[in-house]
Design a protein around this ligand. Structure first.
Ligand SMILES: *[C@@H]1O[C@H](CO)[C@@H](O)[C@H](O)[C@H]1NC(C)=O
Ligand SMILES: *[C@@H]1O[C@H](CO)[C@@H](O)[C@H](O)[C@H]1NC(C)=O
Ligand SMILES: *[C@@H]1O[C@H](CO)[C@@H](O)[C@H](O)[C@H]1NC(C)=O
Length: 203
């Protein structure tokens, strides 16, 4: 029957557009399957005095599936508490990326906060690379570092600071400075790297 074909096509197109319109990566958490897309991709765990030890906390965004400031949030521990599954990150060409799926990655950008915040750099997930780009991300054993030309580095130290939204956001500096009021210190780790003997070739 001729009329069936257009209907089938219409239904197919509808279902495709519905799938494509869901702006989320939280459903993508077959960690092993997505992780295997890029060797070395892993979630990033926060450790330190500012971090609750009650349950693991990971680098992520405030709203699952949406771009914006990065923060630290507890892992999905199942009922009765539901949190987002921590996203996967990897370093490529000295830049840090969040891996969404087979076709999409987002850059972790550094927003210039000079004159706006006590700490001059803020971590923000963006659609395209922007902000401060002169430095490079690297792993040293399990720890994440940001180095800038001239031999300076954030020394692997990140600051979790409450901003006017009331939420905690992540800042850093490559100039040694005291911890500003309202901020706590953390380090960021990829434990997938603990088992690696050699530095992996970056992709
Ligand atoms: C990958 O994620 C992006 C952003 O969420 C989405 O637009 C796209 O449809 C997804 N692609 C696949 C193959 O799932
Ligand atoms: C950051 O902002 C300050 C103040 O606006 C400016 O002087 C400086 O050049 C900026 N740095 C970068 C790398 O954009
Ligand atoms: C994101 O960071 C900016 C500072 O760069 C801050 O003003 C804003 O409140 C933050 N947003 C959230 C949701 O915390």
């Amino acid at each position: 029957m001729h009329s069936d074909l257009p209907l089938a096509l219409f239904v197919l197109l509808c279902s495709l557009s519905i799938v494509a319109s869901i702006p989320t990566w939280e459903g993508m958490n077959g960690r092993s399957s997505i992780g295997s897309l890029i060797p070395g991709a892993s979630n990033i765990r926060a450790l330190g005095p500012a971090i609750s030890q009650t349950m693991p906390q990971h680098l992520t965004v405030h709203v699952p599936g949406q771009l914006g400031n990065l923060t630290i949030s507890p892992e999905n521990v199942g009922p009765p508490l539901f949190f987002q599954t921590p996203p996967l990150f990897y370093i490529n060409r000295n830049k840090l990326w969040l891996l969404v799926n087979e076709t999409t990655v987002f850059p972790v950008n550094i927003r210039n906060m000079t004159g706006t915040h006590d700490l001059p750099m803020q971590l923000v997930l963006g659609k395209k690379t922007e902000g401060i780009t002169y430095g490079s991300w690297r792993w040293q054993t399990t720890m994440l570092y940001y180095d800038v030309p001239g031999g300076r580095s954030n020394d692997g130290i990140y600051y979790l600071c409450r901003t006017e939204s009331g939420l905690q956001n992540i800042f850093m500096t490559t100039v040694p400075s005291p911890t500003p009021p309202g901020c706590g210190i953390t380090t960021l780790h990829s434990f997938i790297r603990a088992g690696m003997k050699d530095r992996r070739r970056t992709l």
